[in-house]
Write a protein that binds this ligand. Structure first.
Ligand code: 475
Length: 821
């Protein structure tokens, strides 16, 4: 394990203030008097970056000169969140920053707030990549994150007067980005299209791939890794001949075509897209990254011995998006370096590993052969050969021809497609799911044929989250209390130490302090919600949150139907409002722009919120808020303030979840199904400290077998449960649409005729557990004790542990020896 360097930076606050002044003057050209808060933010960012440069340099050198295999984490998304606080923490400059900025006349909060959050990811998969590179650096593992510098990130979400989602572009680079260094001197070229003559690829066009480098500082590791995001530029920005003919638009056509590749992040999450531009993006960034890795590890060598490549670096494929990299590395080895097929295959198959993040069959990418042939004809030729040889190999392993056919990398239907997950599984050393249940289902269902024949490839690595961002920074009060309780802050890089809090769950003093922290966090959140959204949140109510992408399988519909039911029962007098635990329900969710039912659900939630929050009959008892544009900042503020977290997906659909881990680590209790990592959370925190409800995977499977979605069985649940019926009827009769009965008709119709994700079937069980939750919450001491035990037993969900599992089970590498100055 790498030695740990001093956590605290020896420079004084005054010196740091002077460094900020220097940046204001020499980098930005403003006097401290002229400077705005945006200037101070940029200056502070630039100053802190300089404190990381030496470690960055030595990390790079040690990586190239040493012999610890590096990890290349290939991901189409890195959802990083704001950088300043994290950089300060890891540079040991947090206190100096606070004092320095005050000295300059600013509130540190405002300076931190001046940073614009980059949205270069959709959700869980992209945020996981960000947590992983944080942990890789903190563990001292040599690693690169490789991805795309999109000019537009995930859309900004607003709601119109009807409560509908409106998407607006997220042009995040409109503000200065002091973290990314565009390195024009390290550009590479990526080619597309054209034809093959024999096996020689003659591309039709190419673009320049320019790296934008971000430092990834480790926490107390003395290491700083690199996140390298590629941006596309034309080979020739301007065609002067055309320009001189006054055809200005045509003259920049090249530029526009090239830059389109990295223009925008696809806002799809767990649904298929299949657009040519998406494949261009995927190929663009993996082709650039492979060239970059070769150049990095064989500097200045014309004819490197690439048979050692798998000892230098292994590539982790974050879902199927970078899988075309397998064909690309084969092409590079065969065509650019002249290796024979077997040698090239040996290198390639020892370089890649694949992580699957889904169980929804529609989310497993399949590219039409026709499309790949057009965009990457040589790669298609190579994939054909991989497929042919794979079939030969399979014939040696089984005589089941149907199975072989099912396993083909290229499907044999009328419009053949390349199944990217199969290509990755066939070519990679390891395939992993992201939680125990998910990995089991991958083996037993999604990739069953493969696990039958190649069982040794399959493994599990349960996801994790970084305790730096999501505990230490997001929840300073609780962090201080933990440090006080444990007598050390070493838990921040060794999260299993939280176990030391278990005995404190029986110390009434500690539990009381813990409850006070939660209350203070709730007051903070109420102030934040007022400032940012104008909401009047009552911090003396239970905070109940559901924040995640809007997707039918996650079942925001179940939550909102339960809220409607409670509301209706208060109105009808069936429930005495004084018997209710006063509750504030928070939703945060973006829907893919083309996902119709998800968008209807958003509209419904907004209108339920409008009706309930304006009804004096439930005032002080029930409120619903839907802050728009859910992002990491909102998560960082809401999670520490939450009492009850909703993880209510249909069993067998949520691969893991990572929000669930963040909540448990911040002392929220979970109401959840036996899905994804919920299963492991419940096992670790104890069944008595987790609110379980709903069908399990086997029960779901049985209910499908009975024809739930095909025979309209949901209707029976509707008819037989008066609460459910009443709630759905209110949606249908216009209560939440100013009397209009059509607004939600497709949503209602789906519930009553199909309900693929079995919201109605789980409704009763969900309502019942909510009663139990209320009963528990009334006993403040008991609730707080359960919350302490959730924190104490969730250390396993550190992404440091996930990375250690990857090192041992997948990458077969480890930290670099500590640097000696
Ligand atoms: C799972 N994103 C969570 C998380 O493992 C899991 C898909 C296609 C295109 C772009 N983005 C996606 C995902 O599939 C995704 O975020 N999956 C999520 O990965 C990390 O915790 O259960 O749904």
């Amino acid at each position: 394990m790498a030695a740990i360097t001093a956590p605290h930076n020896p420079i004084s606050a005054t010196d740091f203030a002077n460094e900020i002044r220097t940046e204001l003057k020499y980098t930005q050209g403003v006097t401290p008097k002229e400077a705005t808060v945006d200037d101070v933010y940029v200056a502070a960012a630039t100053a802190v970056r300089k404190h990381l440069v030496d470690s960055w340099e030595t990390t790079k050198q040690d990586m190239v000169n040493g012999n610890t295999k590096a990890v290349g984490y290939l991901s189409a998304e890195f959802l990083m969140g704001r950088q300043l606080q994290n950089a300060l923490l890891n540079a040991g400059l947090t206190d100096q920053f606070d004092a320095a900025v005050k000295e300059l006349g600013y509130d540190p909060k405002d300076v931190i707030d001046a940073e614009y959050e980059p949205g270069l990811g959709n959700g869980g998969l992209g945020r996981l990549a960000a947590c992983f590179i944080d942990s890789l650096a903190s563990l001292g593992v040599p690693a690169f994150g490789y991805g795309i510098q999109y000019q537009y990130g995930i859309f900004k979400q607003k709601f119109d007067e009807d409560g509908k989602q409106i998407e607006t572009p997220d042009y995040w680079l409109l503000k200065e980005n002091p973290w990314g260094h565009t390195d024009y001197n390290r550009q590479v070229h990526v080619s597309f299209g054209g034809k093959v003559e024999g096996t020689k690829w003659v591309p039709a066009w190419s673009v320049r791939a320019i790296p934008v480098d971000y430092m990834v500082p480790g926490y107390k590791s003395g290491r700083v890794n690199t996140l390298r995001l590629w941006t596309a530029k034309a080979e020739d920005e301007l065609d002067l001949l055309t320009f001189n003919k006054s055809e200005y638009t045509k003259a920049v056509a090249n530029q526009i075509q090239a830059e389109t590749i990295t223009k925008i992040l696809y806002p799809e999450d767990s649904t298929k897209v299949g657009k040519q531009l998406r494949l261009e993006q995927q190929y663009f960034f993996v082709a650039a990254s492979i060239q970059d890795a070769i150049r990095t590890f064989y500097p200045g060598q014309d004819k490197p011995d690439l048979t050692t490549f798998p000892q230098k670096i292994c590539f982790q494929l974050n879902d199927t998006h970078p899988v075309i990299g397998i064909a690309e590395l084969m092409r590079v080895l065969l065509d650019d370096y002249g290796y024979d097929w077997d040698t090239a295959w040996d290198i390639t198959s020892h370089t890649f590993n694949y992580t699957c993040h889904t169980l929804l069959p529609e989310a497993l990418e399949q590219w039409p052969v026709s499309l790949i042939s057009e965009l990457l004809p040589r790669h298609m030729q190579i994939i054909n050969e991989i497929d042919r040889r794979f079939v030969e190999e399979l014939k040696g392993l089984t005589s089941d021809e149907e199975k072989i056919d099912r396993m083909r990398i290229i499907s044999t239907d009328k419009e053949p497609k390349v199944r990217m997950a199969y290509l990755a599984t066939a070519a990679g050393q390891h395939v992993n799911g992201v939680a125990e249940l998910h990995s089991e289902l991958l083996k037993d269902v999604t990739l069953k044929d493969f696990s039958d024949l190649f069982p040794q490839k399959f493994t599990n690595v349960t996801n994790g989250v970084t305790p730096r961002r999501f505990v230490k920074i997001a929840n300073p009060r609780m962090s201080d209390l933990i440090t006080e309780g444990l007598g050390t802050d070493a838990w921040i890089s060794d999260l299993e130490m939280l176990k030391g809090l278990v005995p404190l769950a029986d110390d009434p003093e500690f539990v009381k302090k813990f409850a006070e922290v939660k209350k203070a966090n709730k007051r903070d959140f109420a102030a934040f919600a007022k400032r940012k959204y104008g909401f009047d949140v009552d911090p003396n109510t239970m905070f109940n949150s559901m924040i995640k992408r809007l997707h039918e399988y996650k079942r925001q519909a179940l939550k909102i139907l339960s809220v409607i039911s409670t509301y209706a029962n208060i109105k009808s007098g069936k429930i005495n409002p004084d018997d209710l635990v006063p509750r504030t329900v928070f939703f945060g969710a973006k829907a893919a722009p083309g996902y119709y039912l998800a968008k209807q659900t958003i509209q419904l939630i907004n209108n339920v919120s409008r009706v309930i929050n304006n009804d004096p009959a439930v005032k002080g008892k029930l409120a619903v808020y839907f802050p728009w544009n859910y992002n990491i900042e909102l998560a960082e503020n809401l999670i520490p303030a939450t009492d009850l977290d909703e993880q209510i997906s249909q069993a067998g659909k949520e691969a893991s979840g990572t929000g669930n881990m963040k909540f448990a680590l911040n002392g929220a209790l979970t109401v959840g199904t036996l899905d994804g990592a919920n299963v492991e959370i419940r096992n670790l925190v104890g069944a008595e400290n987790f609110f379980l409800f709903g069908m399990n995977v086997d029960e779901v499977t049985d209910l499908y077998a009975k024809g739930y979605d095909t025979k309209g069985l949901s209707h029976d649940y509707y008819e037989s449960d008066p609460d459910l019926k009443q709630a759905i009827d209110l949606v249908a009769d216009g209560t939440f649409s100013d009397g209009d009965k059509d607004t939600y008709k497709d949503l209602v119709n789906d519930w009553l005729t199909k309900d693929y994700f079995m919201t109605l079937a789980d409704f009763r069980s969900y309502m019942d557990i909510q009663s139990k939750i209320e009963e528990t919450y009334r006993d403040e001491q008991k609730w707080a004790r359960m919350a302490v035990l959730n924190v104490a037993n969730s250390g396993y969900f550190s992404s440091d542990r996930s990375i250690e599992d990857y090192l041992e089970r997948v990458w077969m590498t480890g930290p670099m020896p500590a640097h000696r100055a």
